[in-house]
Write a protein that binds this ligand. Structure first.
Ligand SMILES: C[S@@+](CC[C@H](N)C(=O)[O-])C[C@H]1O[C@@H](n2cnc3c(N)ncnc32)[C@H](O)[C@@H]1O
Length: 215
């Protein structure tokens, strides 16, 4: 039987079954010399854990096609690929985030497709290829409200069956959620996680369900 690699806590940690490299890890230090994300995609944001926790509770059918919008380093998508065999694409406006995503996909033994695109560039045809759309911490400026609502509306109309957004509860996110509750049948839930090194709380906005979700 293969021996499980032991964890060097000074440079990596584990949460939700994932290996996450700390800034002090030599491979992270090397990336930081060459890649500098500029739209806050400079770390893992803790709202990703709210999505992972929710999906762990809800389940995800094996092979679900997942789009992670504003993926940054892509933790939520990596979780879906690793725990549920999801086929995941991460999109982000800033291509400087992708080397960090790819490194974490590699250390977690999964493959994630990436695409540089802004929310407002995605077409119905792009979105029709996904079953679920996830987004963590992507609504922090007022000018993000309209593009993000537009993306969600388009995704629902294109047949994406479930949309899950997570946020600490910033005012632009609240505006998007209220619009989604009124027009798209969204629900919001307060959610918090406290598990090992992870301590996060905030809100989830959920539209729709997935069939036969596996727990
Ligand atoms: C605060 S970070 C969150 C990253 C990741 N979701 C997480 O939870 O760790 C916001 C991400 O959204 C991306 N972003 C911001 N505006 C965007 C837009 N209009 N279209 C696509 N991505 C965008 C940024 O480049 C950044 O990676």
């Amino acid at each position: 039987m293969a021996k499980k690699k032991s964890l060097d806590k000074s440079i990596e940690r584990r949460a939700y079954g994932l290996t996450i490299l700390k800034a002090a890890h030599p491979r992270m230090r090397l990336l930081k010399k060459h890649h500098e994300p500029s739209i806050h995609g400079n770390k893992f944001w803790s709202s990703s854990y709210l999505i992972m926790d929710f999906l762990g509770y809800q389940g995800l059918p094996i092979g679900t096609r997942v789009l992670e919008a504003g993926c940054g380093w892509g933790l939520a998508g990596i979780y879906c690929a690793k725990q549920f065999g999801a086929r995941v694409t991460g999109i982000d406006a800033d291509e400087e985030v992708f080397p960090y995503l790819s490194l974490h996909a590699e250390v977690n033994g999964v493959e994630i497709q990436t695409r540089k695109a802004r929310f407002e560039e995605l077409t119905s045809a792009d979105l029709a290829g996904y079953d679920a759309m996830l987004a963590a911490d992507v609504c922090f400026w007022d000018e993000m409200v309209d593009p993000l609502y537009g993306l969600i509306d388009q995704a629902v109309k294109a047949g994406v069956q479930q949309v899950v957004l997570a946020d600490p509860g910033r005012p632009p996110f609240v505006q998007v959620s209220e619009r989604c509750c009124e027009k798209l049948g969204a629900q919001t839930k307060d959610w918090s996680v406290e598990e090992g090194p992870v301590n996060a709380s905030g809100s989830l906005m959920i539209i729709g369900t997935l069939p036969r979700a596996r727990r």
